[in-house]
Design a protein around this ligand. Structure first.
Ligand SMILES: Cc1cc2nc3c(=O)[nH]c(=O)nc-3n(C[C@H](O)[C@H](O)[C@H](O)COP(=O)(O)OP(=O)(O)OC[C@H]3O[C@@H](n4cnc5c(N)ncnc54)[C@H](O)[C@@H]3O)c2cc1C
Length: 424
């Protein structure tokens, strides 16, 4: 929504209600929005529906976790430079400052005809508009033995920041000098294209500092590095020579947790002291189970102007769960951007004002190659009404020339800003 449309909406409901909970209660409700998930997408959407509607729309956010834990910056926990506490933000401001009702629960079913969601605790919530942002589901069953290896804690993913992030760090600390850490990467699309390569840099940085005879193996199902390839390859050659080895076209199909071996469809088996095996990914479980994931049963097709599902009316899907438009990464920054477009569209429809015909999205992904030096990739995407998709704006964005500590400062500022924008 541009400024004109936002103000149009705000004027319709009274701008004085936009920033204070007390006055929000007084405004008559113009509708009920339920948000599934309180991650980068869901929390932003919940907050912005309240802001854009000047408090006139009731918003309930359903999220099982007690606090928000960020995946961005979580690779620094694995490198030993940050703690989980550094990545954790309270949800309190969403209710206190913005009047979002929060339920610590999970949605287990969506009844699109009846316009209700069913909660794990047994109750149900009615909605006028539903925003679904459940992130990704890791497809453990695509790699034989992986589910059991994860359950026993022997082979971890740490692709949702939390206890597994800390457990993976502990495995690296327990590994002897001279050992091998191997990360396997699934075929794209997956959550955070540069994330696995950043993680390899973080582990290499730790090894260089504390276990210099150790090795990092990157076993990639893709043909080549999927994001910032030349930059990462230069860092591995210059900064981590003899530590990092990159092997493309390694599609993992089986693990043996006892023997610490990963098997591939074509390439030779690899044995490592610490295995970090990332399986293929798909939309979060509720999106798959409810039928929202209508692209190969994996991702959710949406009308990109509003993020409304093509499978269910009045249900909008945002964040990692969607079928991406060309060159759109699955990132926290993108999820935050999707959320604002969806929140604006939902608000416009409920307040009966024009939906923004040309929404825009931005993205920047920073990657720490050590404790302070960073590279980035950035892009701007504009909705094309003829093609009905987002296209990158020519000349926008780009990549770093090389890692710098100035970009490290930008990256930490980016994190503080997006946490404040999403949750503050
Ligand atoms: C190691 C790593 C590094 C990354 N670095 C970056 C980075 O530097 N920059 C960047 O932009 N992105 C980065 N990302 C990607 C980013 O984390 C994701 O793209 C982002 O979290 C997607 O947001 P989302 O809202 O779709 O999902 P999430 O943020 O995962 O939120 C989903 C939420 O939904 C909840 N949920 C799921 N199912 C239900 C249900 N049935 N009912 C209620 N709640 C439910 C979950 O508990 C969760 O809180 C990184 C990811 C990883 C793994």
């Amino acid at each position: 929504m541009d400024r004109r449309h936002f103000l149009q909406g705000a004027a319709a409901v009274g701008i004085s209600g936009a920033f204070g909970c007390a006055s929000m209660g007084a405004a008559p409700s113009k509708g009920r929005v339920v948000v599934v998930g309180g991650g980068y997408g869901g929390a932003t959407a919940a907050k912005y529906v309240r802001l854009f509607s000047g408090g006139a729309i009731e918003v309930t956010m359903v999220e099982p976790n007690p606090a928000f834990v960020s995946c961005p910056i979580s690779n620094l926990v694995i490198g030993g430079y940050k703690t989980l506490a550094d990545l954790t933000t309270s949800y309190d401001a969403l209710d206190r400052k913005h009047g979002v009702k929060r339920l610590r629960d999970s949605v287990v079913a969506i009844d699109a005809a009846g316009k209700t969601v069913k909660l794990a605790s047994g109750g149900a919530l009615a909605y006028d508009k539903l925003i679904v942002a459940p992130g990704v589901d890791l497809m453990y069953d695509r790699i034989e033995g992986l589910q059991a290896a994860n359950a026993s804690g022997r082979i971890l993913q740490a692709w949702k920041a939390g206890p597994e992030t800390v457990a993976l760090r502990a495995q690296l600390e327990a590994m002897p000098d001279g050992g091998v850490y191997a990360i396997t990467i699934p075929e794209a699309p997956y959550r955070c294209p540069p994330g696995p390569y950043e993680r390899a840099c973080q582990v290499a940085s730790y090894f260089k500092r504390a276990k210099p005879r150790s090795k990092v193996l990157i076993l990639d199902a893709n043909q080549d590095v999927t994001s910032k390839g030349p930059l990462f390859k230069r860092v591995w050659a210059d900064q981590y020579k003899g530590i990092v080895e990159y092997r493309p076209q390694h599609n993992a199909v089986q693990v043996d947790a006892g023997a610490k071996i990963v098997k591939f469809d074509v390439q030779q088996d690899v044995k490592a002291d610490v295995l970090n095996v990332l399986p293929m990914m798909r939309a979060g479980v509720i999106a798959v189970q409810s039928g929202l994931a209508n692209v190969n049963g994996r991702w959710c097709n949406v009308d990109y102007q509003t993020f409304e599902s093509t499978a269910m009316r009045d249900v909008h899907v945002i964040g990692d769960s969607i079928q991406i438009a060309p060159l759109m990464p699955k990132s926290g920054h993108m999820a935050n951007s999707h959320a604002k477009v969806a929140a604006a569209a939902v608000t416009a429809r409920l307040l009966d004002i024009e939906v923004n015909p040309v929404p825009m999205l931005t993205n920047t992904c920073y990657s720490f190659v050590d404790d302070k030096n960073v590279i980035h990739v950035a892009s701007v995407h504009r909705y094309d009404a003829d093609k009905k998709t987002f296209l990158t704006v020519p000349g926008s964005g780009g990549v770093s020339a090389g890692p710098t500590d100035l970009e490290g400062q930008y990256a930490l500022s980016w994190a503080r800003n997006i946490w404040a924008d999403t949750l503050g």
